[in-house]
Design a protein around this ligand. Structure first.
Ligand SMILES: NC(=O)c1ccc[n+]([C@@H]2O[C@H](COP(=O)([O-])OP(=O)(O)OC[C@H]3O[C@@H](n4cnc5c(N)ncnc54)[C@H](O)[C@@H]3O)[C@@H](O)[C@H]2O)c1
Length: 254
């Protein structure tokens, strides 16, 4: 199976690190223009500059907080103005609130300040919703496009600490994905969700059990994004892919 994204534009959020950064590197190698979005201006500009060395003119770094619709719209406009299309939207910005905001994992749900959960719902749910909304305007005009939303195994199985993360990355992401797949079909737009199990974007994920006995390499998820974004997946839309090494079928997850 061959993949060629020459002349296509792939926009990814969370691009200063992890799976989104690797996606930018891999899609660029496959010929794509990459629009790299992150709240961390310095980091995303540094990473974009590294990719730009090999693919001059094909990389754009955009500072954007996905919680701000104004910034999201400006990011989409900036990418469109430079590359004249947005063919793939990859919504990877986010993370579990207790980890991202350094909250003590022993704090119980009712005792955790509501601002912590607000942050998580804003980033993990509304951030994806905002980008899907803004990018749909471009894709509707183009009459083509692929949106990849990101769920999580944590959303499928629940999590007593990261309750907002779990809420955002499960039924909410499924509903968003299915609804937009129904809406987008008449414009040639496909919408899917990927729900990863543990991915080694940081060593701590190695501790999460899976049926396969290991966590995923980031490349294994990025390979799935590439496949789903490509013409090889032309008949695939409105579905959630649990890519979790079989964690969901384990009885004892401890
Ligand atoms: N790593 C895993 O094991 C795993 C498992 C399931 C789901 N996920 C999800 O996959 C996605 C990527 O995970 P990762 O581990 O590669 O990410 P990561 O933690 O390496 O990177 C997340 C990026 O998001 C950016 N970000 C945070 N808040 C933002 C905001 N408000 N606006 C814009 N950017 C913002 C950060 O600056 C960072 O660069 C996340 O949504 C995560 O929840 C990860």
């Amino acid at each position: 199976m061959e993949f060629d994204f020459t002349g296509k534009t792939v926009m990814m959020t969370g691009a200063a690190s992890g799976m989104a950064l690797l996606s930018a590197q891999e899609f660029a190698k496959l010929g794509a223009n990459v629009a790299m979005v992150d709240i961390d201006k310095e980091a995303v500009e540094e990473k974009a500059a590294e990719i730009e060395k090999d693919f001059p003119g094909h990389v754009l770094a955009i500072e954007c907080d996905v919680r701000s619709y104004q910034q999201v719209e400006a990011a989409v406009t900036a990418a469109y103005d430079k590359f004249h299309s947005i063919d793939v939207m990859l919504n990877l910005a986010g993370g579990a609130e207790y980890r991202m905001l350094h909250v003590d994992y022993n704090i119980e749900f009712p005792d955790c300040p509501i601002e912590v959960f607000d942050w998580s719902l804003d980033v993990n749910l509304k951030g994806q919703f905002y980008f899907d909304h803004a990018v749909m305007k471009v894709m509707r005009e183009q009459k083509s496009g692929v949106i990849i939303n990101i769920g999580s195994i944590t959303g499928e199985e629940g999590c007593a600490s990261n309750v907002a993360y779990s809420t955002a990355k499960s039924a909410a992401m499924n509903g968003l994905t299915k609804s937009l797949a129904l809406y987008g079909a008449k414009y040639g737009i496909r919408v899917v969700c990927v729900a990863p199990g543990p991915v080694l974007t940081r060593p701590g994920m190695a501790g999460m059990k899976t049926a396969l006995g290991r966590a995923a390499e980031p490349q294994e998820l990025v390979d799935a994004f590439i496949f789903l974004a490509s013409e090889h997946s032309a008949f695939t839309t409105g579905v959630n892919f649990l890519i979790d090494g079989g964690r969901n079928i384990l009885r004892n997850k401890e």
